[in-house]
Design a protein around this ligand. Structure first.
Ligand SMILES: [Zn+2]
Length: 340
């Protein structure tokens, strides 16, 4: 089978790789229906995370089950499935508490590289959620979005405790930030301020439920949010970038007693204890426990209530995966969907 391999910054190749196998009796192997390039893949593509050796890449997927190990019970060959980037047993104490990305037995599904024609899924019963029937083709992008960006945007809003009537500011207009707008709206936020300076992303944010757009960044962005909220800041701020500036902007945009949910993988972020202490802002983040939200998100997609698949503004054959990385790196695309 063939899949994407990152050799060095800017050097993604589509090449022949070993067929994934059932290695443990709890594994499944799926045939990929769609996969995509993540904003976090760009950290490696840009050389900010080092790549020491040729590395299979990608961690987002939907597919059809081809084979399961002897101990897999709930998942069966032929099912259309969505799963998270971390495999989880969904039974350990951390899973039962809703933090499947901290499963005591977690494995990173992306370690095998999901931008490929087939994928090994560890802990298949705990990791995968099957749709009641095979979805129509038009629903595939939104189901794929649930495997990471929509689940991550949802967690940003859940971690910040978005409540009905809230004013929510979203820092970051990538796919996760845009999905965070969807989540805030679903959770009943009354005012959703998308912080974006790109016209196409602003209009998608509005389509997803943003009521206001703020183009200013950093101190100016935080000042603008305060100005719009009677001088105090937003009730909830969803940080969806992960660098020092965006985190500072998020913390300074939240009101005393408000919360920041942060889901951008931190790069160079340092939180100043004294400032946090005096701010009275609550802070929770981490890799989203997507598995917790999958059943609900899949239902919302199948019911037509949300359409996060719109973040995929570039559809390519998997063989052109390198162009997907390039387009996202150059910000020509929000997110690239790849089909084998
Ligand atoms: Zn677990």
């Amino acid at each position: 089978m063939r899949g994407a391999v990152l050799y060095a910054p800017g050097d993604v190749r589509f090449e022949e790789r070993d067929e994934p196998q059932i290695l443990k009796p709890t594994d499944a192997v799926i045939r990929t229906v769609a996969t995509c390039v993540c904003g976090s893949d760009l950290w490696n593509y840009r050389g900010i995370n080092p790549t020491d050796q040729p590395t299979p890449f990608g961690h987002e997927y939907v597919g059809v089950v081809e084979e399961v190990g002897d101990e897999v019970r709930a998942i069966r060959p032929g099912q259309f499935v969505v799963g998270s980037f971390f495999a989880s047993d969904n039974t350990c104490p951390n899973c039962r508490n809703g933090y499947q990305t901290n499963c005591l037995h977690r494995e990173f599904v992306g370690a095998g590289g999901c931008q490929a024609e087939r994928i090994r899924i560890p802990l298949a019963d705990g990791t995968l959620v099957a749709t009641p029937e095979p979805p129509s083709a038009d629903l595939v992008p939104s189901l794929l979005a649930c495997s990471d960006v929509m689940g991550t945007g949802w967690y940003a809003a859940a971690a910040a405790h978005v409540q009905p009537g809230d004013t929510v500011a979203v820092v970051g207009d990538g796919a996760v930030g845009l999905c965070a707008v969807i989540a805030a709206k679903q959770m009943g936020a009354e005012r959703i301020i998308a912080m974006s300076r790109h016209a196409s992303r602003q209009s998608l944010a509005r389509e997803f439920g943003a009521t206001d757009i703020v183009a200013e960044r950093g101190e100016d962005g935080a000042a603008r949010i305060k100005e719009m909220t009677g001088g105090i800041g937003a009730d909830r701020v969803l940080e969806c970038v992960g660098d020092a500036n965006s985190m500072r902007q998020a913390l300074r945009s939240a009101r005393p007693g408000g919360n920041v949910g942060f889901v951008g993988v931190p790069h160079g972020v340092e939180i100043e204890g004294t400032e946090l202490f005096y701010s009275h802002v609550g802070l929770r983040g981490g890799p989203a426990p997507v598995r917790q939200y999958l059943p609900r998100l899949i239902d919302l997609v199948l019911a037509g209530a949300i359409n996060p698949g719109k973040v995929f503004d570039l559809h390519l054959p998997l063989s052109q995966v390198a162009e997907g990385y390039r387009a996202m790196d150059e910000r020509r695309a929000i997110k690239a969907l790849l089909t084998p």
